[in-house]
Design a protein around this ligand. Structure first.
Ligand code: 5GP
Ligand code: MN
Length: 327
């Protein structure tokens, strides 16, 4: 089942605004970047004046550079207030980074297209379908509403969102719809084996070395119900890997027998204060990690969520343990 979204209202608003700022959440993943590129390129091809904004200053993940991220800005453009802001895969204005809330407030108009159940409906027009396995499927629905032809580049970007947010069709959100839309994109020319190669093969050795270091920090807590590992700045410096190279390591933590919650805690870089970022994954359908993330001021989905805490790593772990032992 898909939610009824006011796609017609979004299409009408877009047609009223020839200048658009398309944005995704900070620390973007495959769904965020696939949505950004798929939507942005399509609007540009159809004649809109488009700026692509991927908030944050950490380098964009190398796995997705082939999508065509070169023209993406990391800070809102000077004329942001004259543009319609189209936020993709963002649960809140804060997920657009430190400039997010002010940029949303000042925009000529704003649309929030997303699939997070905890979405705060922060825009003028909110299209939130928490049942959708990823945002790129919602992007495709909006592009169809706009009668925009899907090019192969765009189809590939949208396919990436499906692949990454469904864990290659293996998570609980890998619905029949996700397979059906994937099939439609394959009919448009997407080559799954080629996308697999671009996303998951040919990785620098540094990534495997980083993975080894992270996994060696594994702690099993609460009688093995909680698996925690740490990414330290020393790990990144020693391996010359980047923070986004740690994406996927958390799946190894989740795969351990008896584990209910997997947590990956990232040490902040110098100048980032004490903000430890924490990714959470649930290994059991009955365990809701979004609840834990909310307790830490973050958010996300039932099975995949995250938060950032101003304090030492030990405080991050205590918060998770406290939430997991709460009756
Ligand atoms: P990841 O662990 O892959 O960074 O994020 C998993 C999920 O949790 C994604 O849906 C992401 O949007 C959400 N998430 C991660 N970190 C945060 C955070 O600090 N705040 C909020 N609201 N959501 C987060
Ligand atoms: Mn997503």
């Amino acid at each position: 089942m898909t939610a009824v979204l006011d796609l017609a209202a979004a299409a009408a608003l877009l047609r009223e605004h020839p200048r658009v700022l398309v944005a995704c959440h900070e620390s973007p993943d495959g769904d965020a970047l696939g949505s950004l590129i798929g939507m942005g390129m399509s609007l540009r091809n159809a004649g809109w004046d488009v700026v692509l904004w991927a908030p944050g200053d950490a380098p964009l993940p190398a796995d997705y550079l082939w999508l065509g991220l070169e023209g993406t800005t990391r800070t809102p453009p000077a004329d942001a207030a004259e543009r319609l802001l189209l936020a993709l895969d963002c649960g809140s204005a804060e997920r657009l980074g430190s400039d997010g809330p002010a940029t949303v407030a000042a925009a000529a108009a704003s649309i929030n297209l997303d699939h997070h159940a905890d979405n705060t409906k922060f825009a003028g027009l909110n299209l939130v379908d928490a049942v959708s396995p990823c945002t790129t499927i919602l992007v495709l629905r909006l592009l169809r509403e706009l009668d925009i032809t899907i090019t192969l580049d765009v189809a590939e970007a949208l396919y990436v969102g499906i692949i990454t947010d469904t864990g290659r069709f293996m998570y609980a959100n890998a619905s029949a719809e996700s397979h059906r839309v994937a099939a439609e994109l394959i009919d448009l020319g997407v080559d799954p084996a080629e996308i697999f190669r671009r996303l998951y093969e040919g990785k620098p050795a540094a990534r495997v070395e980083l993975t080894a270091r992270i996994l060696s920090s594994l702690e099993l807590r609460l009688d093995g119900r909680l698996a925690v590992a740490y990414v330290t700045i020393a790990d990144l410096d020693a391996t010359k890997a980047s923070e986004s190279d740690s994406e996927g390591v958390i799946d190894a933590l989740r795969s351990i027998a008896g584990v209910e919650v997997a947590a990956l805690v990232r040490e902040p870089r110098a100048g980032e204060g004490q903000f430890h970022k924490c990714s959470l994954r649930s290994a059991q359908p009955t365990v809701d990690v979004a609840r834990i993330a909310h307790a830490g001021g973050g958010g996300g989905h039932t099975l995949a969520a995250g938060f950032a805490l101003d304090g030492p790593a030990a405080d991050v772990v205590s918060l998770i343990e406290r939430e997991m032992t709460r009756a």
